[in-house]
Design a binder for this molecule. Structure first.
Ligand code: R5P
Length: 291
């Protein structure tokens, strides 16, 4: 039993108004529950509201693609440099140390492989397992404009409902079908739909024309996917432009793990996102670290 001797009544209540916890570092998310905000703070650095997510969930539909043949060798050494990790539960349980300290953005949709129609996805993780894995967010693909548009949007809203009840935010990943134009008009539609249907943040691609209208029209943070492997300087230019035009971060995969110097590339991306360094400055860092 607790000691009941010497119970002291509190007397130091101060005179200043009690400080409130108002204010949150992420656009549109100040009204969320505490647990939701705490999880989002494991993805987006509270110091600047930005994130560098390392994406290596590609195996869920394309198997051991180049750079991801051995996650233990190629990805695990990069973890300290990422703010958050985007991955499948299989990769998490088999390969990622539980003491990594990073926000886990768990791939929560799947089904078809590259041999089939990729838009034909289902929800692939239960909310109970997401809680067990201490997921900081759930990621679901939305295929706006595809044959499976309604089904994939339903996957999003189902996960949002489940996520709200558990305090886990949902990342909507806007996927573009082969036949669709990757332009600002399309991404304004897909990102705004995702936010209005409850996504806490949205992943999209950078577009050269009008990207600032995509970020302006979306009431929650937008992050960009890296996309297919290009020269390091070009990937850094795209990341820089996206950040200047309102993105809250990058979720980069192939342009990191398919680089000849993945750790150097991740450092260069970080300096663009968190230090506002120009592509030239970041590329210089990449070159320095590559030797
Ligand atoms: C793809 O389906 C996954 O969501 C990837 O995590 C995403 O596309 C980011 O990877 P990358 O930078 O290679 O495009």
């Amino acid at each position: 039993m607790a000691d009941l001797d010497d119970l002291r009544e509190g007397t130091s209540f101060g005179s200043a108004p009690v400080k409130t916890t108002e204010g949150f570092h992420l656009k549109g998310l100040g009204g969320q529950d505490w647990g939701m905000k705490a999880r989002l703070s494991r993805v987006f650095d509270p110091a600047d509201g930005k994130t560098v997510m390392l994406a290596f969930d590609h195996g869920y539909f394309q198997g051991p693609t180049s750079g991801l043949e051995r996650l233990d060798e190629s990805i695990v050494p990069l973890i300290p440099q990422a703010d958050a990790l985007m991955l499948t539960r299989g990769a998490l349980r088999t390969t990622i140390p539980a003491n990594n300290g990073k926000g886990i953005v768990l791939r929560a949709s799947g089904g078809p492989s590259i041999l089939n129609d990729l838009s034909n996805e289902e929800i692939a993780v239960s909310i109970d397992d997401a809680v067990r894995l201490d997921a900081a967010a759930l990621a679901v693909q939305v295929f706006v404009g595809s044959e499976n548009e309604t089904k994939s949007v339903k996957n999003l809203t189902t996960l949002v409902d489940q996520g709200q009840s558990a305090g886990i935010p949902v990342l909507a990943v806007t996927a573009v079908g082969k036949e669709m134009a990757r332009d600002a008009r399309y991404f304004r539609l897909a990102t705004r739909m995702s936010a209005e249907l409850g996504a806490a943040f949205v992943k999209t691609y950078y577009v050269e024309e009008g990207f600032e209208t995509v970020t302006a029209a979306c009431p929650v943070p937008i992050i960009i996917a890296g996309g297919k492997k290009v020269e390091e300087k070009e990937a850094l230019r795209v990341a820089y432009r996206a950040m200047q035009e309102g993105a809250a971060g990058v979720d980069m995969g192939r342009n990191v793990f398919q680089s000849k110097h993945p750790a150097a590339m991740l450092s260069a991306v970080r300096t663009v996102v968190h230090n506002n360094h120009t592509p030239d400055q970041a590329f210089e860092l990449f070159q320095e670290l590559s030797h």
